[in-house]
Every structure is written in C-alpha cells, then in structure tokens.
Design a protein around this ligand. Sequence first.
Ligand SMILES: CC(=O)N[C@@H](CC(=O)O)C(=O)NC[C@H](CC1(C(=O)N[C@@H](Cc2ccc(O)cc2)C(=O)O)CCCC1)C(=O)O
Ligand SMILES: [Zn+2]
Length: 634
Amino acid sequence: HTPDHVRTESEQLEEDARNFLHELDVKGSEECTVATMTSWNYASDITEKHKKEKAAAELKYAEWEKEAWERVRKWNGKWETLSDPYLKRQFKFMSILGTAALPKHDLEKYNNLVTEMSTVYSTAKICDYKNPRSCKLELEPDLTKILRTSRDYDELEHVWKMWRYNTGRRIRDHYKLFVRLANKAAKLNGFDNMGDMWLYPYESDTFRDDLAELWQQLNPLYQQLHAYVRRKLRQKYGEHYVTRRGPIPAHLLGNMWAQNWGHIYDLAIPFPHKASLDVTPQMVSKGYTPRRMFELSEEFFVSLNLTRMPPEFWQHSIIEKPQGRDLVCHASAWDFCNAKDFRIKQCTDVTMNDLITVHHEMGHIEYYLQYKHLPGVFRNGANPGFHEAVGDVLALSVSTPKHLLKIGLLNEVQDDPEADINFLLSMALSKITFLPFGYLIDLWRWDVFSGKTLENDWNCAWWDLRYKLQGIKPPVQRSEYDFDPGAKYHIPGNTPYIRYFVSFVVQFQFHKALCIKAGEYDPLDPSKPLHKCDIDHSTEAGNALGDMLQLGSSKEWPEALEILTGTRKMDASVIREYFKPLELWLAKDNERHGEFIGWETDEILCTSEVVKKTAKSEEGVAASDGVVVGGGSA
Ligand SMILES: CC(=O)N[C@@H](CC(=O)O)C(=O)NC[C@H](CC1(C(=O)N[C@@H](Cc2ccc(O)cc2)C(=O)O)CCCC1)C(=O)O
Ligand SMILES: [Zn+2]
C-alpha cells in the first residue's frame, strides 16, 4: 500500500474510482435484494398486498438507480481516461439508467401496466370443452396437458381460441400505453426506441443482420422438418384440416404457441418399432418426484466439478405448484444479489419435458453462482443468450439415450441408424421447430417499438410473421379485436426473447467445445458424432465451462465465446452438423413422398378490418377488405 503522496495523478484517479464503484456496488446489492424479494413474494403468491409491496419497492429501487446514475455522471470526462478496462466497462454499464429515467408518475404507470398484464396472464382460466360449466382450467398444468395429449381437433381449437380470448384480447389496450411509455424511457436513455435499448447488451451494430443470416442458414432444415411433420399430421387429421401445400393449423402441434413440437413425437416417429425416447413413463413408474428431478440435475453439475446448490436454495425454492393460491407458474430462476440466496420457482410435473426445464433453470442458478463474486453490473450473462444456453447445454447430454441408460431411465440403448434418426427427430421437434418462433417474437416487437407496425396492424403483422417463418396458421380466422402475441408469457411479462434464438444457436457451439474437451466427440471418428456426446463426469469440460461463466459480463461476449470455443462468432453450422444425419434422411423421405417443401395459401388468416361480431364471421367468411397473408390472391 503506497502512501498517497507518492502516487501519480492517474493512479490516484484509479484508486478513487475503485472506491467509488465499490461503495455504489455494496449499496446497489442491498437495494437489489429488497426489490427482488418483493418481486418473488408477488410471483409466488399473487395478492393485492404483495402487488402493492412490489410496486412500492420498484419505485424505491428506481430512486436508488437514479441517485447512483447521477453520481456516476459526475465522473463523465474522467472515467473515460482510466487505463483499467475493467473499471471503464463498469462505468460504461452504469451510464445506462434504464426505465428509472422516466418521471415518477410515468414509471409508476409503466410498472403497473406490466404487473397488470402479467396478472391477467398468470391468473387466466378457461372453461372445459367437455364440461362448459367448469371454468377453472389453468395454463399449467391443465391446458398444457390438453395441448400435449389431446388429439381431438375441436377440443384443441376450443382451448387454443379461449386461452387467447382470456389473455391477449384482455391486455391489448394495456399494451398500447405500455409501448408508448417504453419508447419514452428508451429515448430518455438516448435510444431511438425500446427495441434498440434491448439490443444494447449484445454490443454489436451488426447484430440484427447476423441474426437474419443465421436464420437464412437454418431455414432449409426447418422447411424439411415442417414438410415431414405436415405429412404425418395429414395422415392423422385428414387432408381437409391439414392440406398438402398449406400452412399447418397451429393448434395441432402439441404446444399452445407451436414453439416446441416435441409432444406430437408419437405422431411423427420415423421408426415406430424402435424404443420411445420419452422417458416420462419410466420417471413415473420409478416414483420420481420434483425433488428427485432437481437432485438429479444438481448431480450433473457437480459431476462436472461445477458448484452445488447452496442450502438456501433447497430452503426457499418452490419446486411444486402450491395449492389454494394464485402464483406465476411459468418457471423462473432468481438471484437475490447477496451471493447467498438463489432460488427456482417451478410448478414441476413429473415429465421428461420438465426434467429438461429443471436443467434449464438450474443452468441460470449455476451462472449466478459462478459470477457471484463480481460487481453487480457484471453479474449477467456475457450476453443474455449465454444465460439461456447454460442449462440447455447440459440437457443436450442428459437427453442422449446413453445418458438416460446411465441414470436408469432407459433399460436398453439401440445403437443403429434407425434409432439414431428417431433420436434426432425427437431433438429436432424441440430444437429446430423453436428457431423461427424464437426469432419472430422480437422481430414483431422491434417493429412495434420502432413504429413500423402500427397499432391497427398488430395482430395481422403477428400472423404474417407466424405464417412466413413458421408455416402455421390460426385454426380460426383472427382480427384486430384479438391480440395473440399477448397470449405468450414474455409479451405481458415484458421479457426480451431474442436471447432464446441466440441460445439455441450458441448452445450447440458450447456443446461441441465441451464434447471435444470431454473426449466424447471427434469429427474424424464416425463412432463419436456430436449428437451422441454426453459430457457428464468430465471435469475438463466442466472447468472450461466454469471458466467462461465466471466472467459474467465483464468481457464482451465474443471474447467469452472464444475462450470456450475458439471462435468469436455465432455459427449455425454446428447445429446443422448435429442434425446432419436427420437432414439427409428428411430430404430423402420428403422426396420419396413427393412432399411440397414450404407452404402457400389464399386463405385470409387475419382481417385488418375490425370484424363485425356476428356468428357468420366467426366461421371465417372473408371480410371484404381483409389483409391477405400468404401468397394467395385476395
Ligand atoms: C427472475 C427471472 O425472470 N429470471 C429469468 C432467468 C434470468 O434471466 O436470469 C427466468 O427464470 N426466466 C424464465 C424463463 C422460463 C422458461 C422460458 O420462458 N423459456 C422460453 C423459451 C425456451 C423454451 C425451451 C427451452 O429449452 C429454453 C427456452 C419459453 O418457454 O418460451 C420456461 C421454461 C424454460 C425457460 C427462463 O428460464 O428463461
Ligand atoms: Zn432461461
């Protein structure tokens, strides 16, 4: 410790900067803990009391953020001269205030709109198709189960339509005011609109173009899968409902938003006489509980020499749906900003799908644990997509037949080309089908924030994207009375979504790098293809992953990516390499059946005119001046 008087001016400035940032960080973490606790209380028990406490805490936290930001501003012109990049990067991040820049009354309105939209979404219930007087069906587990298991066209249509009636339609006006306030906040932060502010953490001015390029590279594989699944659905539901060349009705794909087609695997399985890879039955028959599922996931992380869950995690997490109260059942992972308290809230079902979700959520917790020693501004993913990728990377290993055999959920592994195709198809039904969806959510929102999509076109612009990118259509005609984006959690919940598209690309790059370290993958060894790799118990892989996670957002994401994978760019060739055997098989199978690749329609999926509410118009009679989506004529 050199006495003050011998220090140079710049060393003194650096010392002062360190002390200044440390003091702000200590106070900021305390404020963050309080605000997060009230948010947790509301999300796990939706009551008026908790709503009020959350609203008050959010305003108080914004006051703190504003005070901190004003103190940081006093360093303008000085912090830029610091030589230590680590310090400069902290100042750079602390210079963005966020929505706390709004005047108090606007911020209060903004926060209340988001909470109100989330409450509508999380408490929405619909009536039972088979028993119209029973109107207590909730998204989780009721509607999720119906979309997963029902093969009744009309029941699925009822659930699909009524869910949107009781969520999106009810928050359309909230969303109008929300967008205006969001853009006002963005402008106060020096951005053109909220869409630009959301992209700030990616620190790249070619980011949107890079995403478009990735989609171009992945679209051909998606189209082959789409054509194959359409044929299988046509066989099941008939050509009247599922035409040869048209878009697929969205309610038949096993998921409320057609974002993951894994639950219609039984309709699509290429080689039915081979063992099913959905180990849900085995999990149930072996008496798996949500607790067991979480312990299984933790064991995987520990086997990689990563950090086990702290006692507070098991003490405070909610891993089963509590009865007798409203709560946000949508799974989530929480960091309470005190390097001690980390939790998951998940209404866990004993299914394979939820075992994957457990790994996803625990991946967030592992990232929190790995960077908990960093200053608050660096306690984030290298970019938000990295945070979404951690758990999914481990789940890629867990999903392999080899691993399921290891943990006793499969009693035999058939190692032959047909079993391989079955496995790759089951993976593609959740990984490839997600890509257009993961891309279009924010494509739609960026256009809404930028004003490119006007309020009167919101719903038809949504269906235009859903048609163009996913090749799906609504089972009943939509209008601008509807607000179908609002039927998906992240829109009322105001959570950016492009992070998931990024994750689904980079998680395969992470997987490949870790598989090489684990000696499980060798491009020159046909017996070790990427899709058979299971990294469990590889401390080389775990240490490499941990080294990247410990960086948090203290380095720009291309540098973090390079440390793990040796490359600085998102690269779609890795996910395509993983699915290569399936892509070849699909192309041949579609060719053999003369399948039309792609889709077209002359139906009017969405009418820009606000349709007169008569029974007839419900039957999809085209309104005179409807908006045509798809390549058909009006
Ligand atoms: C306090 C807080 O909010 N914390 C953040 C985490 C953080 O930011 O630190 C958080 O917990 N967000 C919740 C969100 C939940 C899920 C989700 O919404 N998934 C997407 C897309 C998808 C689908 C399949 C898949 O395999 C991976 C992703 C969807 O379901 O559409 C639902 C189950 C899976 C992940 C999440 O964990 O990302
Ligand atoms: Zn996540």
